[in-house]
Design a protein around this ligand. Structure first.
Ligand SMILES: Nc1ncnc2c1ncn2[C@@H]1O[C@H](COP(=O)(O)OP(=O)(O)OP(=O)(O)O)[C@@H](O)[C@H]1O
Length: 282
């Protein structure tokens, strides 16, 4: 069943520059798609357009349709803010590169995790308290009570990203968009957070749109990839196909640099590219 259909998506800046050109793909329930490309290739802009969050002044055309069971079908392009608000949280939610952007520095972590649970699930009192604890436990945070009482600056970067993931999952989204969720973390923490995300997406049967400049990371978590260059999808296919037989010179470059980088990655990530090459990553 198709959850998201993106057709001929185009994003143009206020100055008339094409930032995303004619990008099309579909994402089914439980599918994991990677969007890969170098900095400035249009990955984040594609994700923002899918959520109806492109900066003011930009022109978006084409079609982005969410068809989530239990929710009204919604065309994001041209939709009003009220329709878009109903989309966010339940149909889709996002984890960004820098968890501090999702967290209020002046509010204790527990209250922040409680907010979407209160708003969307209507939980109060003890039920809300238990749900916050369960949400923090689900992202494998040891000592959830201490984390709940802490302010964001009192916990580590990896813990903050786990909290941001807990908040993104609070409304049980059908599609999780993860925009470079591990890039700001050091390598061992990166591997842990990636393993966590991978597990949660599988357990919940969520679809995942995973954005990264790093092919080794994408091949660990995604089944299919789209390669973006200057806002254009230059290649797409299964991870195995794209890594084994890249047809576009730009993809060949990405594969080459991923191989070089692979040696520098933590051992937990080391095998990812090899797995993809061997076809072990479906
Ligand atoms: N607010 C904005 N106004 C005008 N142009 C923008 C704006 N934000 C981003 N851009 C431009 O849009 C293009 C695509 O940017 P985007 O952030 O989607 O790239 P990206 O692939 O996600 O890169 P990164 O990995 O660095 O985030 C870039 O050329 C960028 O300069």
């Amino acid at each position: 069943m198709t959850l998201l259909t993106v057709e001929g998506l185009h994003v143009r800046s206020a100055e008339g520059r094409d930032l995303v050109s004619d990008v099309s793909f579909t994402l089914g329930a439980g599918e994991r798609l990677g969007l890969i490309g170098e900095s400035g290739s249009g990955k984040s802009m594609t994700a923002l357009a899918i959520m109806g969050l492109t900066p003011p002044g930009m022109t978006v055309s084409g079609s982005v349709v969410f068809d989530v069971p239990g929710l009204d079908r919604i065309e994001v392009v041209g939709a009003g803010e009220r329709r878009l608000t109903s989309l966010r949280g339940r149909a889709t939610s996002t984890v960004f590169q820098e968890p501090l952007t999702a967290l209020d520095p002046l509010m204790r972590v527990g209250r922040q995790v409680a907010e979407p649970l209160r708003r969307r699930r209507g939980l109060r009192g003890r039920a809300l308290h238990a749900a916050v604890r369960a949400a923090l436990e689900e992202v494998r945070l040891a000592d959830p009570d201490r984390i709940a009482r802490a302010y964001p600056h009192e916990i580590s970067g990896g813990q903050r990203q786990r909290v941001a993931i807990a908040m993104a999952l609070a409304c049980d989204p059908a599609l999780l968009i993860a925009d470079e969720p591990t890039t700001a973390l050091d390598v061992t923490v990166q591997a842990d957070v990636l393993t966590l995300l991978d597990g949660l997406v599988r357990e919940r049967g969520m679809a995942l749109l995973f954005i990264s400049h790093d092919l080794a990371v994408v091949s660990r978590i995604a089944e299919r990839v789209i390669v973006l260059k200057n806002g254009v999808a230059v290649e797409s296919g299964s991870v195995g196909e794209v890594v084994n037989a890249p047809s576009h010179p730009y993809t060949r470059e990405l594969v080459g640099s991923a191989r070089r980088l692979d040696g520098a990655l933590d051992s937990a990530l080391d095998g990812a590219l090899d797995d993809a090459i061997d076809g072990r990553t479906s």
